[in-house]
Design a protein around this ligand. Sequence first.
Ligand SMILES: [Mn+2]
Length: 283
Amino acid sequence: MLSGPFLPKNWIGASEDFKSSKWVLVGMPYDGTCSNRPGTRFGPETVRLASWGLEDYSPLQNKEINDVVFFDAGELEFPFGNRDKTLSIIKRAAAETLSLGKFWFGVGGEHLVTYPVIEAYLEKFPDIAIVHFDAHADLREEYLGETLSHATVMRRIVDKIGAERIIQIGIRSGTKEEFQWMETNKTLLDDKSRIQEALKKLAGRPVFISVDLDVLDPSIMSGTGTPEAGGMTFNEFMSWLLEFKGQNIVGADVVELSPHYDQSGASTALAAKVIREMLIFFS
Ligand SMILES: [Mn+2]
């Protein structure tokens, strides 16, 4: 068992047996650097509850969530207000998961939670590549004077892995500099016709898929901190995701669900479905 601390709750389809589970679902209810609208700390527990409104079966992939053996570890508990301690708790849990031969599936929380996870991955998978779904580039050098924030997370990751090991999909918001950087470094994949070229970047590398739910359009995903018009439908997202079939996917996360901004619960149900489809895809 991971040392936690965790609350005892379970996702639909989760295995009771940690030992035989390949994937470990870990909630990271942290929103300490959210610059716009906070609330992602409520994401993991809300989406778990919503998971019980889903079917086990994915018609799209013709598989059941029971086909993937995953363990729901619950949520990590954080000392709110202390960003650095929070990040170190996440890193330790991710490192522990990897040392036990498991793969990490994180549920945010804001996007900064991906950073300590990638730090842990780099120790086990030094050649890891990232596939980054997001409305926002997250490539700022600093934001509001902070170098570690949900607006800088991909820049900090790129500092460690280099621009040649990241593919960005769905980005439609950022500074002029961020867009110039993506253009220069060819990290933005905005056209399916270039998928083969992008897959060459992955070239047998272990792959981590990080999904900021605001990649989806605010008309279907209003429950997020920084909604950005012009996003994907669920089916568009899935068709992009399925392009990565056959890749060596060793980790993933789904972040930035802020459930209380969508009182209908539709955003949370959508987030649960995204997680279900990803877990099934990895099986
Ligand atoms: Mn975003």
